[in-house]
Write a protein that binds this ligand. Structure first.
Ligand SMILES: CCCCCCCC(=O)SCCNC(=O)CCNC(=O)[C@H](O)C(C)(C)COP(=O)(O)OP(=O)(O)OC[C@H]1O[C@@H](n2cnc3c(N)ncnc32)[C@H](O)[C@@H]1OP(=O)(O)O
Length: 149
């Protein structure tokens, strides 16, 4: 993981996302990297993001992890295919399946796999793991901003 995180390569004007923007003062600052043909993001949720009962993460945060790591994966995959710098993608569609409760205070691993790159559109499948358990899966459709194309 010697390359900078995908999000650390976003142009400054597009680096303000609450989930993953390096320039957001209070955001989560999620970081995504290549791991072979897949991508990976690791994040340990704080108890303030507790869901319906103690010890577990609320669903919106799980969706955010899939969303932001999916956006980063789309951007990196398109850049790698085109041999260009990373550009900014936005979420057109976000689907999440919650398979098992996701713990807080445990390092989560979010893995991404590119399904399709077509023009400005990239589809990514994602999985959220906690200590070897698959807690959630998701699919995102990401679209490259026209001005970044
Ligand atoms: C500076 C701008 C910042 C934008 C705000 C960023 C906020 C974020 O944090 S991202 C999270 C929320 N997401 C948003 O707010 C995005 C709002 N939506 C939009 O701006 C537009 O709908 C946008 C950019 C996603 C797509 O619009 P547009 O650029 O006109 O693309 P369009 O030509 O319609 O579609 C491109 C491809 O994506 C597909 N697509 C678009 N929307 C969807 C969707 N909801 N589901 C599935 N596929 C979709 C299209 O079918 C098309 O695919 P194909 O090439 O195979 O036909």
């Amino acid at each position: 993981m010697s390359e900078p995180a995908f999000q650390d390569q976003y142009p400054d004007d597009y680096a303000h996302c609450y989930g993953c923007g390096r320039l957001h003062a209070e955001g989560h600052h999620l970081k995504s990297y290549w791991d072979g043909e897949e991508t990976v993001c690791r994040y340990t949720p704080d108890p303030k993001y507790t869901g319906g009962f103690p010890g577990f993460l609320y669903g919106g945060m799980i969706a955010s992890l899939i969303d932001c790591h999916g956006a980063g994966t789309a951007a990196a995959a398109k850049a790698r295919q085109d041999g260009k710098p990373i550009s900014r993608f936005v979420t057109a569609s976000l689907k999440v399946d919650y398979l098992a409760p996701t713990p807080i205070n445990t390092e989560l691993e979010i893995r991404g796999k590119v399904v399709e790159i077509k023009g400005r559109k990239v589809i990514v499948d994602l999985v959220v793991f906690a200590a070897g358990t698959t807690c959630a899966t998701g699919t995102v459709v990401m679209v490259q901003l026209k001005e970044q194309n």
